[in-house]
Design a protein around this ligand. Structure first.
Ligand SMILES: [Zn+2]
Length: 278
């Protein structure tokens, strides 16, 4: 007799992170139940249905919903913990930040290097455009609902003049586009970059948001990207995403140039202090 596993809702305790598992149910043979459960969860992590940092439902609740014994479930969770995909503490079991080992050396490599920033934006312009194009053709109803919700979050944060929330929703919107592109390689690689961005490794996002007029411009871009994907217009989505990266890079460069100018002026002031008769 087989057991049906249904949707990812079963796995997460947070309803806001609810995402339908696109492959529907999975038949599981009791003989290798623990392995089958582990494989199933692993697949959901690989496909980005379960995201790093998300908390699984409590063991008792999970075993009830899946109608599997707690020892089998525990064995499956242990297996995934051994692989570094899950982390268990007193607070419960969460999907591990399993990409962090990759992002740490990248962060050191990329820190404070203008040339790397230029290469990064060139790369992102290509990837972001392609991801938006794919998302426009591949987004499922679940992806679309998440995109709509995030679009409203950005709009709300903008109206409330809350740049911290707006920047967080900004990063989330891009992640949702990668998810909607349904390419797992793209998704995981871009997740690493997203972490670097959130930690201001490549540039200071606060500085960007504080610059006059930037937030209004970014809002327009984000709405254009979301709208084009939601209306299934791949070309428009690609252009909006690529324009967004071009503008962001140019603004970062402008900020750098302004800073350099201020530094030179400051040096001039201290020069006159150092000279006789100043
Ligand atoms: Zn953005």
């Amino acid at each position: 007799m087989g057991i049906m596993l249904h949707q990812s809702r079963l796995w997460t305790s947070n309803p806001a992170t609810f995402r339908m598992y696109p492959y529907g149910g999975l038949m599981i043979r009791p003989a290798k139940l623990a392995d089958a459960i582990a494989d199933y969860i692993e697949k959901m992590i690989l496909e980005g249905v379960l995201r790093p940092g998300e908390k699984l439902a409590a063991e008792r609740e999970l075993s009830e919903k899946l109608d599997v014994s707690r020892p089998s479930l525990r064995e499956a969770l242990d297996k995934l913990q051994g692989k570094g995909l899950l982390e268990t503490s007193k607070a419960g079991t969460v999907v591990a930040q399993f990409l962090s080992p990759l992002s740490r050396p990248l962060a050191e490599l990329f820190a404070d290097k203008p040339r790397v920033t230029a290469d990064y934006f060139e790369y992102r312009r290509i990837i972001e455009g392609q991801a938006a194009l794919l998302a426009a053709t591949r987004a499922t109803d679940v992806d679309r609902a998440a995109l709509k919700e995030c679009r409203e979050r950005i709009r709300r944060a903008h109206d409330l003049d809350d740049p911290t929330e707006e920047s967080s929703a900004d990063a989330d919107l891009h992640l949702l586009v990668y998810e909607a592109a349904h390419n797992v390689v793209l998704l995981h690689v871009m997740r690493v970059f997203s972490e670097l961005l959130r930690n201001d490794v490549l540039y200071n996002r606060n500085q960007l948001y504080r610059r006059f007029g930037v937030l209004d411009q970014l809002l327009k871009h984000h709405l254009a990207i979301a709208d084009a994907i939601l209306s299934g217009d791949g070309k428009a989505a690609e252009k909006a995403a690529s324009d967004h990266m071009k503008y962001t890079f140019e603004t970062i460069e402008e900020i750098r140039r302004d800073e350099a100018r201020v530094e030179v002026s400051l040096r001039r002031v201290s020069r006159s202090d150092l000279l006789a008769g100043g």
